[in-house]
Ligand binder design. Structure first.
Ligand code: GDP
Ligand code: MN
Length: 416
């Protein structure tokens, strides 16, 4: 599960990580009030503010959906633009995403990055860092990933110059240690009072990662503000954040569930979730309906082995109702890339006749225009086969299969 940046900022703040204040708005008319609050707090009528599209995708800066403004009029203009144009970035579908929510936040000045011995910042480089915690499957540890070259180019940097990325493994029980955080802070080039600020950010992010069952907790960029009288070494702050939470852990975080924005998610996946189905949309053209995650994975494997490409992973689970099974077929058939459907059921707790009735219902409600190959085995298989046999004329594209291989061969042949 993902959340928006404005929510992510709230979460960071609640774990003691400094973030600039801001408001979420959904209407360009509210941009003026939001800007005025920022101007008032900053004590300047021309205070710097930033208007940012709130979508579950990054690359907003380069797409023109992060704008720095210095007046209510500019804030309103930026808001109007973002709310009336789709945002297209390398992280969105080609047709882009509709923007319905904006964050208007206090803008911060970012200190120039002056390399040791140099007099000024090279090409106007600013103090922007990347900092994230995620799980590394290879080492089976949580790791902290940090880079001195944060900001909008991080993907390119990670690809072209992996040596610019610092990875630190976290102890499975003890978590991130202060000495590890200090080492990374020095490697990143933090100086003076910045070091402890950066260490605090890292330690708090590591705490948050565990406490909220994150699969990704990312700050990009983490910045340093220019020196002031109060903060001669500047302040270390987060100005963009992205979280991904483990869906298997969200049941114990009511606060996170309350932040879910289903309008940002794959509609079929949201629907499937409502019916207790595990569904993941994929890129192929063979729709799969299977019971059990292991069987679903082997079904996808065997389809691939026979030269086909699964259109989805769908596990109806052990105890799906007839209604849920019918819904599962509707979800598969609503994907117009699906050129064939393979049903692979091994009835244990799940009864074959429930699946068969779901097929018949779906045939009545939406109709199978594409080839359907059905392999049923296990509990109530005879009753299931009878139901399908009786409905044969209503489902002319249906073929029974004797086993897994037979089913895979038939469906791959049918889609070509
Ligand atoms: P993203 O492109 O979706 O990752 O959006 P970000 O929030 O990271 O913004 C992209 C870039 O805009 C950042 O890397 C900064 O360079 C710049 N930016 C964002 N907010 C501010 C701000 O408050 N002040 C300044 N000076 N730059 C900002
Ligand atoms: Mn960013």
């Amino acid at each position: 599960m993902k959340i928006h940046e404005y929510q992510a900022r709230g979460l960071l703040a609640s774990f003691g990580i400094p973030v600039p204040a801001g408001d979420m708005i959904q209407n360009a008319d509210d941009a003026r009030g939001a800007y005025e609050r920022i101007a008032q707090a900053a004590g300047s009528p021309t205070a710097l503010a930033v208007v940012k599209a709130q979508v579950h995708a990054g690359g907003r800066g380069k797409a023109g959906f992060v704008k720095l403004v210095r007046s209510a009029a500019e804030a309103t203009e930026a808001a109007k633009f973002m709310l009336s144009n789709r945002m297209v970035s390398p992280q969105t579908p080609a047709e882009g995403l509709e923007v319905t929510k904006l964050l208007i936040a206090q803008g911060v000045d970012i200190a120039d990055r002056i390399e040791p011995g140099a007099k000024s910042a090279k090409n106007g480089t600013k103090e922007e860092f990347y900092l994230a915690i995620t799980t590394d499957r290879k080492s089976r540890r949580n790791i902290m990933i940090a880079s001195r070259e944060g900001g909008v180019e991080i993907e390119t940097i990670a690809h072209d110059r992996p040596e610019a990325i610092i990875k630190t493994a976290l102890h499975p029980v003890a978590g991130l240690q202060a000495h590890q955080a200090r080492t990374v802070a020095f490697q990143l080039g933090f100086k003076g009072k910045q070091v402890n600020q950066a260490v605090q950010v890292m330690m708090n992010l590591a705490k948050l990662f565990v406490a909220k069952d994150c699969s990704l907790a990312e700050i990009n960029p983490l910045i340093i503000t220019p020196p002031t009288a109060d903060h001669p070494d500047g302040r270390v702050m987060a100005i963009d954040a992205k979280f991904d939470f483990d869906d298997n852990g969200t049941f114990r975080h009511a606060d996170l569930l309350a932040m879910a924005d289903t309008t940002e998610e794959n509609a079929a996946e949201v629907k499937a979730h409502q019916y207790g189905l595990s569904y993941v949309a994929l890129d192929g053209n063979i729709g799969c309906l299977v019971n059990g995650a292991g069987l679903a994975m082997s079904t996808m494997d065997i389809i691939k082995l026979h030269g086909g490409e699964p259109a989805n992973f769908l596990d109806v689970g052990g105890s799906a109702s007839e209604e849920a099974v019918t819904e599962a077929f509707k979800i598969i058939l609503s994907d117009d890339r699906v050129k064939g459907v393979m049903v692979n059921i091994f009835g244990g707790i799940m009864k074959c006749d429930v699946i068969a009735q779901g097929i018949v219902n779906a045939a009545k409600q939406v109709g199978f225009k594409v080839p359907l190959v059905v392999r049923l085995e296990g509990t109530n298989v005879d009753a299931g086969r009878k139901l399908l046999e009786a409905a044969r004329s209503e489902i002319p594209t249906m073929q029974p299969a004797t086993d897994l291989t037979d089913a895979a061969e038939k469906v791959c042949a049918a889609v070509g």
